[in-house]
Design a protein around this ligand. Structure first.
Ligand SMILES: Nc1ncnc2c1ncn2[C@@H]1O[C@H](COP(=O)(O)OP(=O)(O)OP(=O)(O)O)[C@@H](O)[C@H]1O
Ligand SMILES: [Mg+2]
Length: 461
């Protein structure tokens, strides 16, 4: 895509020179002479790079910078801002950077210097996207999944690696809740050579209304509906070059189903309220724990869309059909949790391992992870035993520790307030941690100052 530049400067000759120089470098350039028209130009379409003069006839360029920066952040745009200052002094440089500029140039502007800074800005964007992709755990996902010893799962991984080499092919992932569909989708993205460094964008179709799903997916133009004060890019645009993951696809409403079908057929779409067709290059991975062909049979899901999504089918086996992986995963989760919480739990006892193997894990890997995390929290020795491992809400060891906090109705028969429950829970965790605030904070997943504040607010201890 051609990178776009918005240049806001009141000096006409400067605008003309720069406009033609940048256009010659392959930038798509728009210019504005003051704050008001700069703002209007941005509203019409944001830019990848914004160059702003400090002194504008109707205001301060730095104020406009801050305004645009807030909007860019809200709208997930990683725009680079450059400020033009009158002279190269420390004050000006510090001023520009503390107000959110990525860099600054001084007048008279040296074109080579400016071009380098623009290019650096674009590289930073690309780099940030890569870092984001890495933070999402892309390489971890690959090594996690490749560790499997289950022949069934190995076959699924092999198929996933094969489809990764075919970057346009839509993939449908089916499997029980908590079995690892999400993880498999990220794995495919991470293994797709042409896409791995672009975004992996996720939409949970079950969590939102049909109208919202539509504007999230396709974006909207300004004024498309009452709340649409500014135009917004949709997830499809954000996923351009990468992967869009449509989770719980069976729950997608009928009108969005039709629009999605069009995207798959033409790789084009329109923002809500828009008239312009936009091209995208994405791989669509969809997932569901439901039987999609049954949803088609009962007319809840379009047959044509089903065929378009289910070009390549992957079935993630439930955990109970991957016994080979059970104890390996349990150990992994134990080690991770113990490290995170600073606990000395090192082993799983023979009895506890037998209990895990005998249990059928309706909630699959997610349930196993939760069971182990809670066991590590409860365990006081260095070994996880049947006392701490609670399966299916029951304590197989007899003693019922499954309810860490029991919520009881007050004397007036009313349930307690959130504040009361929180105070009781924090107390309980503090007691469990022997009033070690650092440990309690870790268990609760909050910072040390937060727990201190809670102790003070609720008058605990
Ligand atoms: N092979 C694995 N190794 C390590 N962790 C795993 C593995 N498979 C799944 N998990 C973990 O189990 C949890 C559930 O996995 P995931 O979210 O991928 O399941 P899902 O099938 O998408 O579930 P749902 O149907 O609820 O959306 C996650 O925390 C994930 O990291
Ligand atoms: Mg999921």
């Amino acid at each position: 895509m051609t990178p776009s530049v918005l240049l806001v400067d009141d000096e006409k000759s400067f605008r003309l020179i720069l406009e033609s120089a940048l256009a010659a470098e392959g930038y798509d350039v728009r210019t504005a002479a003051d704050v008001r028209s700069g703002r209007a130009a941005w509203k019409q379409a944001p830019a990848d790079l914004v160059i702003l003069d400090r002194n504008l006839p109707d205001g301060d360029g730095v104020q406009l910078l801050q305004e645009l920066k807030v909007e860019a952040t809200e709208r997930n745009l990683d725009t680079t801002f450059l400020v033009v200052t009158a002279y190269a002094d420390v004050d000006n440089a510090v001023m520009a950077l503390t107000h959110g500029a990525d860099d600054y140039v001084t007048k008279p502007v040296q074109l080579p210097d400016l071009l380098v800074k623009l290019r650096k800005g674009l590289e930073r964007r690309a780099l940030e996207r890569q870092v984001q992709a890495l933070r999402r755990g892309a390489p971890d996902v690959a090594s996690l999944l490749r560790r499997t010893r289950s022949p069934k799962m190995q076959r699924v991984i092999e198929m996933a690696e094969r489809v990764a080499q075919s970057p346009e092919t839509p993939v449908l992932v089916q499997g029980e809740s908590g079995s690892g569909k999400d993880l498999l989708a990220r794995f495919i993205h991470a293994c797709t050579p042409t896409r791995a460094e672009s975004a992996f964008v996720e939409l949970n179709c079950a969590a939102i209304s049909e109208q919202l799903a539509e504007s999230e997916l396709f974006g909207h133009e300004r004024g498309a509906f009452t709340d649409a004060k500014v135009a917004k890019r949709g997830l499809l645009e954000l996923a351009d070059g990468g992967t869009i993951f449509l989770d719980e696809i069976a729950d997608l409403g009928p009108s969005v189903q039709g629009k999605l079908l069009r995207v798959l057929e033409t790789m084009r779409f329109r923002r809500v309220g828009g008239t312009q067709d936009r091209a995208v290059d994405v791989r669509v991975i969809s997932a569901t724990h439901r039987d999609l062909s049954a949803a088609v049979a009962s007319k809840q899901f379009r047959l044509d869309l089903y065929h378009r999504l289910d070009v390549f089918h992957l079935q993630v086996p439930p955990l109970r059909e991957r016994q080979e992986d059970l104890l390996g995963l349990a150990t992994l989760f134990m080690e991770q949790t113990a490290r995170r919480l600073g606990r000395g739990v090192e082993r799983i006892s023979k009895d506890a391992a037998d209990a895990l193997v005998a249990y059928d894990f309706p909630g699959n890997v997610r349930e196993l992870r939760n069971v182990i995390e809670r066991a590590v929290i409860l365990e006081t020795s260095s070994e996880l035993t049947t006392r701490s491992i609670v399966l299916g809400g029951r304590a197989p060891g007899g003693e019922d520790e499954s309810a860490f906090l029991r919520v009881e109705l007050g004397d007036d028969g009313e349930p307690p307030s959130l504040r009361e429950v929180e105070a009781a829970y924090v107390t309980k965790v503090l007691e469990h941690a022997g009033w070690n605030k650092t440990r309690a904070a870790k268990i609760l997943g909050v910072t040390f100052p937060t727990i201190q504040k809670k102790i003070q607010d609720y008058g605990l201890g």
